[in-house]
Design a protein around this ligand. Structure first.
Ligand code: CO
Length: 438
């Protein structure tokens, strides 16, 4: 039975992180409270002393790391990664639409969202806005309305008799949230200015200049099931992994030279300043070890555990899995394999992770996609290719991936956290680590 307060902390984090920016802000506070020093990428660092540090990029990407006295080129880095973003609906730049007597907001679909579950949900809005100040200045901040302010009602079955047999969703015309009846004429900009003033009393917003605003379901994440076997909630892919990695680094008894990277934009291809196919990690590694020869030695001695939720087998759709590879919930972390490098796992990295789990008393499970279905991917192969580091792709088994409400087991995240805690604490002389570097 895992520690209930740790589960409460996970649920609190999920509930308070409707966007990647809010997730990074939450984790930054947590790191700060646990003795990690925030570094500004724009500042001079010179040589960092042994200690605990973190950096934030573009509000949606975060790297936390611990340094010991041992030289990085000799010890390598124990690396772990996850992504902060999740599929959802993003508000368009000029979103207001007036139709019949409703005020609606136009949205774009962010990432590969499962759209059906977005209907008939109590939706709120959160994200990031920029504005001009009374004094001519430019400001930006996060906002979160928190309360349900919109809904996308389904069409009644009486008006679509075929709905239970076939239902296709037009992203332009069907997915337009209703905000209010237009008898009160309120501008969307006015609404944003009011919210900025409420959350940031010092601000004097004159005009909204830009926004990254996302709809989210206000239903809180929860532990459910007859005996509490499941967690349900939005953004379990992949905030559960973000939470687990940061907690593992914070609680690792004696962390070695270790680093956690949380990338933004995985769900839309990872090509961005804070994405896994961008320079975020490379920039940091260059600053940690400026000399390329030594940096190369460090990378050759390092290993990345890339964590992103895996597909657990669904009892109603068991034939969607390869019959010999059926990951089940609460049975341990999943190692993901793909012959075509959609996952970066190989005999060495996958074997290492399995041995790591065994040392914590947990048996890892294996996932491979059926040959007659397309395989997804994740940040593992991208980071492996960007910096040339050995990588294993793993994750906790989950159901309903990319739905507005996903399901995982209630104990897998703590098994993953234990394995990661051990990983970050693996001494340079530990036979598991030395075996890897023979
Ligand atoms: Co994911």
């Amino acid at each position: 039975m895992q520690n209930t307060s740790s589960l409460d902390r996970l649920l609190d984090f999920l509930g308070q992180s409707p966007t990647p920016y809010h997730a990074v802000a939450y984790l930054s506070k947590l790191l700060d409270a646990n003795g990690f020093q925030k570094l500004e990428e724009s500042g001079p660092w010179s040589t960092l002393k042994p200690g605990k540090y973190f950096i934030v990029r573009q509000d949606g990407g975060l790297i936390a790391f611990t340094l010991t006295d041992d030289p990085l080129d000799q010890t390598g880095l124990r690396l772990a990664g996850a992504h902060t973003d999740s599929p959802c609906l993003k508000v368009k730049p000029q979103p207001a639409k007036r139709k019949i007597n409703y005020l609606q907001l136009g949205v774009e679909v962010y990432g590969g969202a499962l759209l059906g579950p977005w209907f008939d949900r109590d939706l709120s809005l959160a994200g990031r806005v920029s504005w001009s100040e009374e004094n001519g200045g430019f400001s930006k901040a996060l906002i979160n309305f928190q309360y349900p302010l919109a809904v996308i009602p389904s069409l009644a079955i009486h008006l679509d008799r075929e709905a239970n047999k076939k239902k296709s969703i037009n992203k332009q015309t069907d997915l337009v949230p209703l905000l209010q009846l237009t008898d009160v004429d309120e501008s969307f900009e006015g609404l944003l200015i009011e919210q900025i003033e409420k959350e940031h009393p010092q601000a004097r917003p004159q005009q909204i200049l830009g926004h990254d605003l996302f709809f989210f379901d206000v239903q809180k994440p929860a532990r459910i099931g007859l005996h509490g076997d499941f967690i349900t909630g939005a953004r379990l892919d992949n905030l559960l992994s973000c939470f687990t990695l940061i907690h593992a680094l914070i609680h690792s008894p004696e962390p070695q030279n270790s680093l956690v990277i949380l990338n933004d934009h995985e769900e839309v291809g990872s090509v961005s300043t804070a994405g896994a196919q961008g320079p975020f990690l490379k920039h940091l590694l260059k600053r940690l070890v400026p000399e390329s020869e030594r940096r190369q030695q460090m990378l050759c001695r390092s290993l990345l555990i890339s964590t992103d939720n895996a597909h657990g087998v669904h009892p109603n759709y068991g034939d969607k899995h390869d019959p010999e590879h059926l990951p089940t919930l609460n049975n341990g972390p999943v190692i993901k394999w793909n012959a075509n490098q959609r996952y970066a796992t190989d005999a060495v990295t996958g074997g290492f992770f399995r041995a790591l789990c065994q040392r914590t008393g947990v048996e890892a499970q294996d996932f491979v996609m059926r040959n007659d279905m397309a395989c997804g991917s994740t940040t593992g192969p991208l980071t492996a290719a960007e910096i040339g580091v050995r990588t294993v792709d793993v994750g906790v088994p989950s159901l309903a991936m990319h739905s507005i409400r996903e399901t995982t087991g209630s104990s897998d995240y703590s098994a993953l956290q234990e394995a990661l805690q051990l990983f970050f604490a693996l001494a340079p002389k530990d036979p598991l680590w030395t075996g890897l570097n023979q």
